[in-house]
Design a protein around this ligand. Structure first.
Ligand SMILES: C[S@@+](CC[C@H](N)C(=O)[O-])C[C@H]1O[C@@H](n2cnc3c(N)ncnc32)[C@H](O)[C@@H]1O
Length: 243
């Protein structure tokens, strides 16, 4: 399936995903660095603009950039000024113009030329500007294989570990990279599957893979079965690097 079709399907129910609107995750993301009223920010892979809308309260302007017109059109942020349909890997902005670049849950979708995407974020930042990146990771390296097997049924993606994300940022030139861990507690696998645009067959398979997973997987994800749902603790990293 091509990217456009993939995001067209996902866009329909994207805003119903609990994790997307989870306040503790949004607040941890935006408080990982200081934003101020003079700043100009680019939110890469803005999707429906959830992060961009929150950051807009703290800065002069936020531009949301996304490869998918469908995701942008499903935004609940109706009074925004700037949404741009672009691929971050295609240079568009001048050098050194943004104070911050943010990207939440975007880079694992950029399977090809991933480093080019990060290089581009670096290029458009001012000297001293910051990149704030967030990605989900397996809770421990031991369950990386299970994690990959589950996601194979969902989408083509990169599975990052913490060291890969640090390397990705450092290779583009970012320094003083700091890492904050956010645990999304009691993440509903059911809510995630029902709103991910997957076929019922794949939803059922992925749910089953959780329920029948190894004891190590269940322990590392702190898995609980509650009222027919499977609740897990999901590990998200937030990395802040400086140009
Ligand atoms: C999981 S969504 C995250 C949306 C938003 N950042 C959030 O936290 O809710 C990933 C987004 O990345 C966008 N995306 C994927 N590859 C991209 C690329 N090369 N350039 C720009 N956006 C991209 C997708 O279209 C999608 O909207």
């Amino acid at each position: 399936m091509d990217q456009e079709q993939f995001w067209k399907i996902r866009a329909e129910k994207y805003n119903k995903l609990n994790w997307v609107n989870e306040q503790s995750y949004i607040e941890t993301f935006v408080s990982s660095t200081e934003f101020n009223k003079n700043e100009s920010v680019l939110d890469v892979g803005t999707g429906t603009g959830v992060i961009a809308k929150r950051i807009a309260l703290m800065v002069r302007e936020v531009i949301g950039l996304d490869i998918s017109q469908d995701m942008l059109e499903h935004s609940n942020w109706k009074d925004n000024k700037y949404f741009i349909k672009r691929d971050i890997r295609e240079p568009f902005f001048h050098n050194n113009i943004f104070d911050k670049v943010t990207a939440r849950m975007v880079f694992h979708h950029i399977i090809e030329r991933t480093q080019n995407a990060m290089d581009e974020c670096y290029r458009i930042l001012k000297d001293g500007g910051k990149m704030i990146l967030s990605e989900g990771v397996p809770p421990t390296p031991e369950v990386k294989e299970d994690y990959e097997n589950i996601f194979k049924l969902k989408e083509e993606r990169i599975t990052f570990l913490e060291k890969d994300l640090i390397e990705l940022m450092k290779n583009s030139g970012f320094k003083n990279v700091e890492i904050i861990t956010h645990i999304l507690k009691n993440f509903s696998v059911k809510n995630w599957l029902e709103n991910s645009g997957l076929s019922q067959n794949n939803q059922d398979k992925i749910f089953e893979m959780h329920v029948t997973a190894s004891e190590i997987f269940k322990r590392d994800y702190n898995m609980k079965i509650v009222n027919g749902d499977c609740l897990i603790d999901v590990k998200n990293l937030i990395l802040v690097g400086e140009k």
